[in-house]
Design a protein around this ligand. Structure first.
Ligand code: DUC
Ligand code: ZN
Ligand code: ZN
Length: 468
């Protein structure tokens, strides 16, 4: 093997979760081979003067081409979704292979591999969604799949087609404990939502904004507390996903203060959207229907505060892409439907990093926290570190050259997903990726997508979760 470098990034102001240093970065065979001053010349070079050089983002929670019930369809497949991700500085995605009831987990995984292969532009891992924890799933499939590199799985406390009851939750947590996997929990109380929904519809309240009335903070708070209690009972770490505000944060802090291994994720929608974005009757509010729903400005502040204080381990997009003007999206069957039939989820793969980086600009969190929340910790938790999540000799050369001064007014016309809207239309941010490399290959150059080789992205079998 030659010792020559393939690529050198010159004058890099490198920022990782813990360090900041100036050097050249030498890349060979898709990996970082050297960090130092005055590295030898390479056939390809890039001058990063004036930029920040960051490890590529790892989006630990997004949904791509996930099979949907009832004639619904996600707008992004692995190509359009990963294209959008890399244009926003994310070089690894971890979507979900979702089991539906009656299906084996292996069948869900096989199906999902077929959807990703030949389509993904960047590297990807899979979480599992466990919707049917039969004795076979618990005793055979989960242990085998964990050993095969699927070391994290999501469970739902709501949605009729996905939810587990308390006993099933305990069973899944117990398998995770025994085999060293990490369980992600969607914490909302299903019966409370059902009860509220029935009353709202009974009173003729159908518009999108009633989605938030059907899922108030107490519903999330109760389920969060219950999930924490289960983790304590089984003595196993859990990660509460898409935490929306102060009530759930209070429960998480409570668990953490008792020394329980409670991890948490939040998403930009809980910092940038409020329930007001669901409208006050107009159907366009459907664009911001996601679960849990966005709350109010005080809750946004609580999320920012908790981020700074280290309550959260990761910030993910929860990209769940349904187009607005689409009979398979937010208007099922081409109709304006009652709030309980609007598919839940919003797009956000490409805007995750710029929205959070703007928080750095505003002094809401440090640059190192930004890297930790969006790259290092998701890589560690989901078993991809040290290959992903940092810039170090031996790591994959997944690198973002970030322009910290670039001002951008977010608009759907300039994003790269296949969704027909962004909930962040018109929001102005400062800071956007200028160049993005995936395993040493430049995919984005001067803000433009220059490589569109569908299928160059590789599946990443995950190692055991690292909680440090
Ligand atoms: N939960 C998610 O994680 N994503 C989309 C919708 C939902 O409820
Ligand atoms: Zn969820
Ligand atoms: Zn999700």
């Amino acid at each position: 093997m030659s010792n020559d470098l393939d690529f050198v990034i010159r004058h890099a102001d490198v920022v990782t979760a813990s360090d900041r240093f100036s050097c050249d970065i030498g890349i060979r065979d898709g990996r970082v081979a050297m960090l130092g001053q005055g590295l030898p010349r390479a056939p390809r070079e890039l001058d990063a003067s004036g930029m920040l050089v960051l490890p590529g983002g790892v989006d630990g929670h997004c949904h791509l081409d996930q099979p949907m019930p009832d004639g619904l369809r996600m707008a992004d497949d692995f190509f359009t979704g990963t294209r959008s991700a890399v244009c926003g500085g994310t070089t690894t995605v971890i979507p979900f292979a979702a089991q539906h009831k009656g299906q084996t987990l292996q069948a869900a995984v096989d199906d999902y591999h077929r959807r990703a292969e030949g389509r993904a532009l960047i590297d990807y891992g899979f979480h599992l969604i466990v919707a049917d924890p039969t004795p076979h799933v618990l005793a055979e499939e989960l242990p085998r799949l964990i050993a095969d590199g699927y070391t994290s799985f999501k469970v739902y406390m709501t949605y009729d087609d996905l939810k587990l009851n308390d006993r099933e939750m305990l069973d899944v947590l117990s398998v995770a404990r025994q085999h060293g996997a990490l369980v992600m929990v969607h914490a909302e109380n299903s019966d409370c939502i059902g009860w509220l929904t029935e009353r709202l519809l009974g009173n003729g309240h159908q518009a999108p904004h009633f989605h938030a009335h059907a899922r108030p903070a107490v519903v999330e708070r109760e389920a969060t507390h219950r999930a924490i209690a289960f983790a304590e009972l089984v003595d196993v770490p859990i990660l509460i996903v898409h935490v929306s505000g102060a009530d759930a944060i209070e429960q998480i802090r409570w668990g953490q203060s008792r020394g329980l291994p409670i991890l948490a994720e939040t998403c930009p929608q809980y910092m940038y959207l409020t329930a007001a974005d669901l409208g006050c009757g107009e159907y366009e509010g459907a664009k911001c229907v996601c679960s849990p729903p966005p709350r109010d400005p005080a809750n946004q502040q609580a999320v920012w505060r908790a981020l700074r204080q280290g309550v959260f381990s990761i910030v993910s997009s929860d990209h769940a892409p349904f187009s607005y003007d689409d009979p398979q999206g937010k208007k099922p069957g081409g109709k304006q439907v009652s709030f309980d039939h609007i598919p839940n989820g919003i797009p956000g793969l490409e805007t995750r990093l710029p929205l959070l980086f703007d928080g750095v600009r505003q002094g809401r969190l440090s640059l190192h926290q930004f890297v930790e929340l969006t790259s290092l910790r998701p890589a560690k938790l989901y078993g991809l570190y040290p290959r992903k999540g940092t810039i170090a000799v031996g790591a994959d050369a997944d690198i973002v050259v970030w322009d910290p001064e670039k001002r951008v007014k977010i608009g759907n016309a300039s994003l790269h997903h296949a969704v027909d809207y962004t909930p962040y239309e018109g929001i102005e941010v400062t800071g956007w990726p200028r160049h993005c490399l995936s395993r040493g290959e430049v995919l984005v150059e001067d803000g433009k997508l220059v490589t569109t080789t569908a299928g160059r992205g590789r599946f990443l079998p995950a190692g055991k979760p690292c909680l440090d």
